[in-house]
Design a protein around this ligand. Sequence first.
Ligand code: CP3
Length: 358
Amino acid sequence: MSLPTLKNDVFLRALMREPVPYTPLWLMRQAGRYLPEYNQTRARAGSFMALAQNPELACEVTLQPLQRFDLDAAILFSDILTVPHAMGLGLDFLEGEGPRFARPLRTEGDVEKLAVPDMSRLQYVFDAVALIRRELAGKAPLIGFAGSPWTIGCYMVEGQGSDDYRLIKGMLYSRPDLLHRVLEINAQATTLYLNAQIDAGAQAVMVFDSWGGVLADGLFQEFSLAYTRKVVQGLTRWHDGRAVPVIVFTKGGGQWLEEIAACGCDAVGLDWTVNLGRARQRTADSVAFQGNLDPMALFGGESAIRAQARRVMDDFGPVQQGGHVFNLGHGISRYTPPEAVSILTDEVHRYSVSKHSA
Ligand code: CP3
């Protein structure tokens, strides 16, 4: 069965730095707890994992933000930790505490037993992708995603979120050989996982290196970027007659921008500490950028939201080609008033039209 044609490809064109009529936008974590309808569906599912593993419900929450707001892309509802869960680490989300693994990697024996999982264990994700594509009916493109090998490694070794990354950095400094084995397996698994999402219908993919920025210079390149590069270089870049753009987002990675931009990706996601105009200069416009409004700006009230959104677009500068996808610099806060998102989408679309026709 062939899929409906895409009615809004502004996001995909901007990522490939092709001409676009306005700046497209979507928001990291756009389907989530700041939306009452998300909380209702999640309550019906019973738990985060039950929601993520049910393709019908995952599809429902993926579409919720697009029903409410004028967004230019949908992102698959899932989590970066589905991959280590498929490796047998036993993922659970405790109420109010975030993710936790029952069997984290703590010993040499744990690392030796680790293997690339059979992708059939992640079939629920690929089923969700296919279903979402059908239900989207060409309204907007669908983004697939995965965590970077380093970022999922953090959770696999720490067993949960961390303030200091003591356990994984302890492994990095004492037994780099063990950590390299973990990261190599993660890179292979992530490549297979993203390619299966593309096969199932994901029209762009994003690699979240949320914790790359906690590494020392030199070690970021060796333990995070090298493995992200392996993933990017193994991805299917053309599917169904069109390019599949790849976005790499390293939170706190601004000082390594030139190196990240050279990993083979089409676009780099930036947090709010980086000036978009200077980012363009530093990379000689060789990639597109996605970002980078501080998510907390959405708590500033209408005039501040509009002014800060314009500042981000003005920082990017003149738009001859595409090259800018508006987003937040990290995930939207669960406490964000939904009206703030309506104001933001209105300002980005309204203000950017003049920049593109100039
Ligand atoms: O962006 C989207 O709308 C798509 C869905 C998505 C989720 N997680 C759903 C989710 C995406 C892209 C992710 C990625 C993810 N997950 C990252 C990378 C992005 C980032 O924020 O840096 C990371 C580090 C995780 C791991 C994770 N998942 C944590 C730390 C938590 C708990 C803390 C938190 O922010 O809520 C989750 C849970 C999670 N994943 C929720 C959602 C909507 C909230 C949980 C719930 O509904 O109970």
